[in-house]
Design a protein around this ligand. Sequence first.
Ligand code: A3P
Length: 314
Amino acid sequence: MDSSFPNISSTLLGELPKETWWASDHYNWEGFWFASSRLSPVMAARSNFQASNDDVFLTSSIKTGTTWLKAIIPTIMNPKGRKNDDTDDPLLKHHPNDLMPSLELQLFKDNPNPDLTAMPSPRLFRSLVPYPLLPESVKNSACKIVYITRDPKDVFVSMWHFMNSWTCTIGQGPWKMNEAFESFCRGVHAFGPFHDHVLSYWKESLRRPEKILFLRYEDLKKDPKVQLKKLASFLGRPFAKEEEVEKVLWRCSLERLKTLEVNQNGVDPWLGIPYKLYFRRGIVGDWENNITEEMKERLDQVTRMKFEGSGLDF
Ligand code: A3P
């Protein structure tokens, strides 16, 4: 373990349930799975992060379309983001990861107490932790949380392509799809179980709709303008004109972001992941091209069982 994080002893680590996910040890802490390198930052952020009332948080489980919102939210919050002049668009030079820094993957990754006071207000953050593990100040302040989720079958397929492409770039072979699928159905994956993650935010969003906006990737794809207007109003930045909505949508579109130099050739300095891997097909229902009917039935059954009585379905 990183010695700058003395709070996780090897004894604690040894006591946590352990599984292997994409050739890396993952530990179950408080009901959720984390790579050992993520545990300390998650714990440090939970203890030490102080939210401000005007912070905005983007939260999600992995591979749910977060990158789209990492582009959209900063563009909505930037007074110039909806204007016509493209020359000073931060997306031209930055991957969306840089515009909404992650608590556990960036800010607290190597420092249990980073000084975030110099960040311009309103500060924009993201996190992959489930609702119960968010810092208390995030839950108790007036800051806003936007949550995005997606059909678990498409999440699995997106994860499968992303993880294999990434691990192949670092010399590991692909993980067998049936093993990765079993693991996903059992909830064993980074920041999983997926279904428990989704439920944690869903329930809280029903209780406090002014605090948490619960979005689905499928709705964003189907009716992007309606969803963008809802999001902008939730963030206190409603659109004045239809052209503004169109501008933000175009700026943050997969087609545009995919072709930008920074995203074609850049590499995430925190994770070593080529930026281009964050942009793939971006369609609804790609699971049909990737998993068998039997796998579909199995995962749908897990989803039905987990979401029963919650009002959520896919
Ligand atoms: P696919 O793998 O199905 O193509 P995350 O951003 O949470 O890691 O999720 C990744 C998924 O979001 C990928 O889905 C990716 O293609 C899609 N995505 C990334 N940027 C997007 C954008 N600007 N618009 C729509 N989808 C996007």
